[in-house]
Design a protein around this ligand. Structure first.
Ligand code: ZN
Length: 271
C-alpha cells in the first residue's frame, strides 16, 4: 500500500508532467472504485480545463483546475498512475486525456482507490478538512505527540499509525522510525520519555524525507509515475527483513503482529 513518501513521489512527478496541461476528456471504465465513479459528470467538469497545481494532503493527490474546482485521487491499496500513449491495460479504470496527446492513466487491481471531482473549495474541505497534522509539518512536534501519548496504553507503533493523530505514517515507516529512534514497538505510548518522544518525531520526519528522496519503497505494487520501482526498498533497516541481521548492531530482526499488521524490530537496538 502506498504510504506518504510514495504518494509524495508521485505528486512531485505529476506536478512536473501535467501542470499547464489541459484535460481534453475523462474516460471511466468501471462503475465503482471505493465509491461510485461517475465518469459522465467528471468528464463534463474537467473537459477543457487546465491543471494549475498539484498538491498532496495525507495520501490524497489534488489536481487544482483553472476557474476553481479540483480532481482528488487516492491510490487506495494498489492504485498507480502513469502517463503514456499505450493501449489500455488490465485494471486501467480511468483515463484523463491531455492536450499533447498523452494520457494520465489510473490503474488499480483491487479498486480501493478514489477519483472525485470537487467543484468548490467547500467540497474539497469536506473531504480533506478533518485530516490530522502532516508528519513533515512544523506542527508535528515532540510536544504534540507527547500530549497524544500522555494517557495512551496503546503500543507506540499502533499509536503513530493512527490517522487521527498524524496522517500518512503507515506500516513500513512506523517500523523504520521506531528502529531509528531505538524505541521498542510494543511499549505503551504513555511510557515514552520526553527524549524518546523527541527522537521518534525526528526519526519519523527523517525516514519519510529520506524515502521521498529515493522515490519511495516498493514492496509489491507501488510504482513511480515513470513505472520504476521506489529506490528506498534497499535502504529499509527492519521492514520485511525478519531473520536478517540488524544493519546497526548485527542482531537478528524479529517479526511480530500488532493490530493485525506485521511489525519488524531489533531487540538489541530497540528498548
Ligand atoms: Zn540492532
Amino acid at each position: 500500500m502506498p504510504e506518504l513518501p510514495e504518494v509524495e513521489t508521485i505528486a512531485r512527478a505529476l506536478r512536473r508532467a501535467v501542470v499547464g496541461r489541459t484535460l481534453t476528456r475523462f474516460y471511466g471504465y468501471t462503475e465503482k472504485l471505493r465509491q461510485p465513479l461517475d465518469a459522465a459528470t467528471i468528464n463534463r467538469s474537467v473537459k477543457n480545463r487546465s491543471i494549475v497545481a498539484v498538491a498532496r494532503r495525507a495520501k490524497f493527490i489534488v489536481l487544482t483546475l483553472d476557474h476553481g474546482g479540483a480532481v482528488v485521487i487516492h491510490l487506495g491499496m494498489t492504485g498507480s498512475l502513469r502517463i503514456d500513449k499505450s493501449p489500455r491495460r488490465a485494471h486501467d479504470h480511468a483515463v484523463f486525456a491531455l492536450d499533447h496527446g498523452e494520457k494520465l492513466v489510473y490503474n488499480d487491481p483491487r479498486k480501493f482507490g478514489l477519483i472525485k471531482f470537487c467543484p468548490t473549495d467547500a467540497e474539497l474541505k469536506i473531504l480533506l478538512g478533518k485530516l490530522a497534522v502532516e508528519p513533515l509539518a512544523a506542527a508535528f512536534t515532540p510536544a504534540y505527540l507527547a500530549a497524544k501519548n500522555a494517557r495512551a496504553a496503546t503500543p507506540i507503533k499502533t499509536q503513530i499509525m493512527k490517522q487521527e493523530i498524524v496522517v500518512g505514517v503507515g506500516n513500513i515507516y512506523a517500523s523504520e522510525a521506531l528502529h531509528r529512534a531505538g524505541v521498542a514497538p510494543e511499549r505503551p505510548a504513555k511510557s515514552l520519555t520526553a527524549a524518546e518522544t523527541a527522537a521518534l518525531v525526528a526519526a519519523i520526519k527523517d525516514v519519510l524525507k529520506e524515502s521521498i528522496k529515493h522515490g519511495g519503497t516498493t514492496i509489491s505494487d507501488y510504482r513511480q509515475l515513470s513505472g520504476r520501482e521506489g529506490n528506498f526498498t534497499r535502504r529499509l533497516r527492519v521492514y520485511d527483513r525478519a531473520g536478517l541481521d540488524c544493519r546497526h548492531c548485527g542482531g537478528k530482526i524479529r517479526k511480530i503482529t500488532q493490530a493485525g499488521r506485521s511489525t519488524y524490530f531489533c531487540e538489541k537496538c530497540q528498548v
